[in-house]
Design a protein around this ligand. Structure first.
Ligand code: GTP
Ligand code: MG
Length: 217
């Protein structure tokens, strides 16, 4: 957990080209908070502290020299917070809809979560289905194929992930950002540099190298 001062400093930083609001949703205990901590802080704990309401972290990534600030909202999976959490769906450009491959119920709820997205969010929001805890192969009850088929049916992309072993965490966020950029490029008002600058440009965590226009070296 960052200190409050650090969170505020980062979130109040206005120096970015784009801001994408992302939401992580899914049943309680599937690993949403762990997934975000792995991505933002590269940390993991096996202790379960169920999220109360909603929380967020900020991470900046770079694509084609454009600074994209990701505001990532981590929602509580518990039913009692549903009214609070769905209020945050509006304006979200991307969702990570998560289930736990060792928990059948979390998988059967995916359809309902998808309906919630359709009900409360922007029509163009991009969604990735993530089957988390893929490190727990021995306890697996949802096959990779079932996950993939459901994602296909719902029109979502799909990854199996592990917040614990750091499998496909970064890839899931990178793919979501790419999907959002692709969607933005359909809009005439988009700055083409971020979406079409270099074909297949990689998303990175590192700022572009400083340019020295007057430097002869
Ligand atoms: P709510 O906040 O209640 O909605 O739950 P959550 O989805 O945020 O779950 P959380 O991230 O708190 O994780 C629940 C439990 O699963 C914790 O004990 C985590 O350590 C564990 N966990 C999370 N991700 C993984 C994973 O990839 N592999 C394994 N083995 N355990 C995980
Ligand atoms: Mg949580």
């Amino acid at each position: 957990m960052p200190t409050m001062a650090a969170t505020q400093k980062e979130s109040s930083d206005q120096n970015f080209d784009y801001m994408f609001k992302l939401l992580i949703i899914g049943n309680s205990s599937v690993g949403k908070t762990s997934f975000l901590f792995r991505y933002a802080d590269d940390s993991f704990t096996s202790a379960f502290v169920s999220t109360v309401g909603i929380d967020f972290k900020v991470k900046t990534v770079y694509k084609n020299d454009k600074r994209i600030k990701l505001q990532i909202w981590d929602t509580a999976g518990q039913e009692r917070y549903r009214t609070i959490t769905t209020a945050y769906y509006r304006g979200a450009m991307g969702f990570i809809l998560m289930y736990d491959i060792t928990n059948e119920e979390s998988f059967s709820c995916v359809q309902d979560w998808s309906t919630q997205i359709k009900t409360y969010s922007w029509d163009n929001a991009q969604v990735i289905l993530a089957g988390n805890k893929c490190d727990m192969e021995e306890e697996r009850v949802v096959s990779v194929d079932s996950g993939r088929m459901l994602a296909e049916q719902l029109g979502f992309e799909f990854f199996e992930t592990s917040a614990k072993d750091n499998v496909n965490v970064k890839q899931t966020f990178e793919r979501l950002v790419d999907l959002i950029c692709d969607k933005m490029s359909d809009s005439l008002e988009t700055d083409p540099a971020v979406t079409t600058g270099t074909p297949n440009a990689r998303l990175t965590d590192n700022p572009p190298p400083l340019q020295h226009p007057n430097c002869g070296c």
